[in-house]
Design a protein around this ligand. Structure first.
Ligand SMILES: [Zn+2]
Length: 71
């Protein structure tokens, strides 16, 4: 009962500093409005895309596929 008020007090802002609303970055997202780095390409990148290129222009990083063929 009294413990509840204690928890509420902690959750009131003591944890996490100045809160995540506004300019804070809560998790792995990236600035909005970024565009593909490919010359002439204006494809918008997702805020969840950590690449500098759109899906069409991402460098082709071949996954490990030794001994396997891409079907
Ligand atoms: Zn592109």
């Amino acid at each position: 009962m009294d413990e509840r008020s204690d928890l509420a007090d902690l959750a009131d802002g003591s944890i996490g500093g100045s809160g995540f609303t506004g300019t804070g970055r809560p998790s792995r997202t990236f600035p909005r409005g970024r565009v593909c780095g490919h010359d002439g390409c204006e494809t918008r990148l997702s805020i969840y895309n950590d690449s500098s290129y759109c899906s069409s222009h991402q460098p082709q990083v071949a996954p490990r596929m030794r001994g396997r063929k891409i079907a």
